[in-house]
Design a binder for this molecule. Structure first.
Ligand code: ATP
Ligand code: MG
Length: 783
């Protein structure tokens, strides 16, 4: 029955079998932490635990689904179905809906997404007559969020001298007042934002010991994956639930802590052992995911971090190939190189498309790869960016759904009170908002009895508001008895949305129509799936509670044909792919410019790079581009300092036949830095062997023969009469000539200087201003 225990190594098995008290598994990437959790759950099920008595908290819903599927294969789908498995947010929103009354919410409370919450904060800033250039809504939002992640409620915030001084120093002393209002407004709207789901779970258990006990005894075993990325609130909730029975197992890797900007705290790992003094610590050292080379390269990188729990990670897999570094001339070429390499590996080694991932630091980088892959006919799936549920027409429809389920929802109310246009202007809306604020009630309440709340209206406006009220009241009434799919269709029709977007057949409207149809079809599938699971009468409430917790990582494409994965490194946590491309390894991109001078943040960026490399099983590629189109213009960039953190033995850095003295000197300096004990990267402007003038020095260590180019490039040999030549007029490239550049267009050469590989031309372009081009790489023709 427990044959599967043979599929674990000794340390893993010991971790699975130890269930007498709290335990902690700290181990490097790919060493089987998630596997330990999965097998432990199977083992518990085989040893008398009922599925509903096991709670497993994962970082994404997708991870939970995958874990459940694996367990289902061992113990059968029927038993696996009843496991409590999901993200903190999805599990605790479910518990909060059941226990909502205890904390003064209705079971149908709305969940505000980040955009709703920002929009409410913005409205409050405006109402308080503060300047939103000073009180930037995004900044205020992250301060409030941070406070909540540390379980700091408005009173505690207002009482905190430290926070006040902090806000004062940032010239935004009123954050505490905004926070208080925001808190109250969410309550009036019967709404919680994402952070509130944790805060209220904590409050619920803290203020109702009997409920805490109910769940603590229901969940006889609590397991947490990716523990290094839990925040303080999550950490406290785990304690609340496990303090009494102490059946808890958390797994994590401090080297992969990458969410400190969201309040995650590596210290939670350390706190865990100090709170559970008897906790057994298990260490796993063998990596089963990656080749030896990848594991060693990743080790050599993370060693450069000062703050870490030292651990050994080794692999007994094949040695594997060195990590190849690509040096692209431009971001566009970087895309082409990656697309070519994918196509090549697929043909030569028979990989399937879903065995490739392209990982980047920021979502904005995805577009170039999408284009390159599309051109080559390579299918891909992109995670993140503007997800389906963030599109305007979808948000409009969902706002009606939200009102139907919870008419007190302020953000939904404001969104659709005049959409589709029904002649209710901002003046009227503001009157309603003011009255609601004065009387501390929801907008919906005021709408129902405007006179009671002192809102004076013309007869015409009154009639229009009445019509809107009746429309929503009709939906509210239908919610309890009409199925989600039927009601969804009715709402789209009766609200006037269909009329609005079916007015014309412009391409934008066609795509909106398709999206709305997709939404409705999705509702149909949702209901069908639920019915298959034995549920009857699926209501809009059920649908909404699922949809409001979907994250970008959860969006699965409609078809499951194999596709290349494009995602940010943050989203790739916990995943693995045969072939991984980590792209955009440039200063000011990765590490992110946001890391600035802070060595702590640079260490976090380095951990992020560690996460990226350790996703790879067989091949890992790193790339950077010398020029990148950013903020509307082309910018030169230097290779990321992180490239130097990897031991060069594990990199494929083709030797150049001519290595200039300058680069040699740079390399020597770099070696000295490596040997010195002082932290090297405390400053964002730390010396780099690649720092040059406007044109960065050619980073010879990383030169890779360039991929075929679209426009004719003047080959290096042609641009020079010989490496020692100082003659600037080479092969027709001389001052006065007109050229056409692939990106900058037409221009005139003003000056040519340097020789050999360093030969460069100053060109005045008609539309792009003056640029210096390194002839070796420039893509242009003489006209
Ligand atoms: P990460 O830190 O990236 O989350 P992890 O420590 O959770 O990684 P897993 O994802 O559990 O590691 O395991 C990595 C890979 O190694 C998986 O494909 C897993 O199936 C495999 N693996 C783990 N342990 C063993 C084992 N004992 N025998 C064979 N394969 C194993
Ligand atoms: Mg894992």
């Amino acid at each position: 029955m427990t044959d599967y225990l043979n599929e674990l190594n000794e340390s893993q098995r010991a971790a699975v079998l130890y269930n007498d008290g709290p335990s902690l598994v700290i181990a490097g990437a790919g060493s089987g932490k998630t596997r330990v959790l999965t097998y432990k759950i199977a083992y518990l099920l085989d040893n008398g635990y009922e599925p509903w008595s096991i709670l497993a908290l994962t970082f994404t819903n997708k991870a939970a689904r995958e874990m459940k599927e694996r367990i289902a294969r061992r113990v059968g789908a029927e038993r696996a179905r009843y496991l409590w498995m999901g993200t903190f947010h999805s599990i605790f929103s479910r518990i909060l809906r059941t226990e909502a009354a205890a904390i003064g919410f209705s079971a149908n409370f709305t969940i505000y997404d980040a955009a709703d919450s920002k929009s409410l904060i913005k409205a409050i800033i405006k109402e308080m007559q503060l300047d939103d250039k000073v009180y930037k809504p995004g900044v205020v939002q992250s301060r409030i969020s941070n406070a909540k992640n540390h379980l700091m409620l408005p009173d505690a915030y207002a009482a905190s001298r430290e926070l006040y001084e902090n806000d004062q120093a940032a010239k935004i002393p009123a954050v505490r007042d905004i926070y208080r209002r925001y808190w109250e407004r969410c309550r009036q709207s019967d709404a919680m934002d994402f952070d509130d789901l944790l805060v209220y779970a904590y409050i619920l258990f803290q203020t109702h010991p009997e409920l805490c006990d109910k769940y603590a005894s229901r969940f006889r075993y609590v397991l947490v994956d990716e523990y290094q990325d839990t925040n303080y609130a999550q950490h406290c909730i785990v304690l609340q639930l496990t303090e009494k029975y102490r059946h808890v197992c958390v797994v994590g890797d401090d080297a992969q802590s990458i969410y400190s900007f969201r309040g995650a705290n590596i210290d939670n790992i350390l706190k865990f052992t100090s709170l559970y003094k008897d906790a057994r610590l298990f260490k796993l050292e063998q990596n089963y995911r990656s080749t030896q080379t990848i594991v060693k390269a990743a080790n050599s990188l993370i060693e450069k971090n000062r703050e870490q729990i030292r651990k050994e990670v080794f692999s007994e897999n094949d040695k594997g190939e060195p990590i190849t570094v690509f040096n692209a001339y431009s971001d566009v070429e970087e895309g082409e190189i990656v697309a070519n390499k994918i196509a090549q590996l697929r043909t030569k080694k028979g990989y399937s498309y879903d065995e490739f991932a392209v990982l980047y630091r920021t979502n904005a980088q995805s577009r170039i790869f999408e284009e390159a892959l599309r051109k080559r006919g390579v299918p891909y799936r992109i995670y993140g960016g503007l997800s389906f549920y963030q599109r305007k027409e979808i948000k409009d429809v969902i706002a009606y759904f939200r009102l139907a389920v919870n008419p007190n929802d302020e953000e939904a109310f404001k969104r659709v009170i005049n959409y589709p246009a029904r002649g209710i202007g901002n003046t009227t809306l503001n009157k309603i908002i003011d009255a609601a604020n004065v009387h501390r009630v929801s907008l919906w309440k005021v709408l129902n009895e405007p006179l009671t709340y002192g809102v004076s209206l013309t007869k015409g406006t009154h009639t229009k508001l009445q019509a809107f009220r009746d429309l929503i009241a009709g939906f509210v009434e239908a919610v309890s008895h009409t199925g989600a799919y039927e009601l969804g269709k009715d709402i789209v029709r009766q609200s006037g949305i269909i009329n609005d977007i079916y007015q014309d057949r412009s391409p934008e409207n066609l795509s909106r129509q398709e999206n709305i149809e997709e939404l409705i079809n999705g509702m149909h599938d949702f209901c069908a799936d639920r019915e298959e699971e034995g549920n009857t009468h699926i209501l809009l409430t059920d649908y909404l509670s699922e949809v409001s917790l979907l994250t970008d990582q959860d969006s699965e494409g409609a078809d499951d044909a194999p596709k290349v994965t494009l995602m940010t490194i943050h989203s790739a946590k916990g995943l693995e792919f045969k072939n991984v491309f980590v792209v955009g390894l440039e200063e000011n991109l990765f590490p992110s410019p946001m890391a600035g001078d802070s060595y702590k943040q640079l260490e976090e960026e380095r951990r992020l790079f560690y996460v990226a490399i350790t996703r790879a099983e067989e091949h890992c590629f790193l790339s950077f581009a010398k020029t990148r189109f950013k903020y509307g213009k082309v910018e030169f960039s230097n290779p990321s300092r992180f490239l130097k953190d990897i031991d060069a033995r594990y990199l494929n850095l083709p030797q150049e036949d001519i290595v200039s003295r300058k680069v040699e000197e740079g390399a020597k300096r770099f070696r000295r830095e490596m040997d010195s004990d002082t932290p090297r990267y405390i400053s964002g402007n730390s010396p780099s062997m690649f720092d040059g003038g406007e044109i960065p020095e050619e980073p010879r260590r990383f030169v890779k023969p360039a991929a075929p180019r679209v426009l004719r490039r003047i080959p290096a040999a042609e641009t020079s009469v010989g490496t020692s030549a100082s003659s600037p007029a080479v092969n027709g490239v001389c001052a006065g000539k007109q050229i056409e550049h692939e990106r900058f267009g037409i221009g005139e050469i003003i000056k040519v200087e340097g020789s050999g590989d360093n030969c460069k031309a100053t060109v005045r372009f008609r539309n792009a201003g003056e640029k210096q081009l390194l002839l070796k790489f420039a893509r242009f023709k003489i006209i």
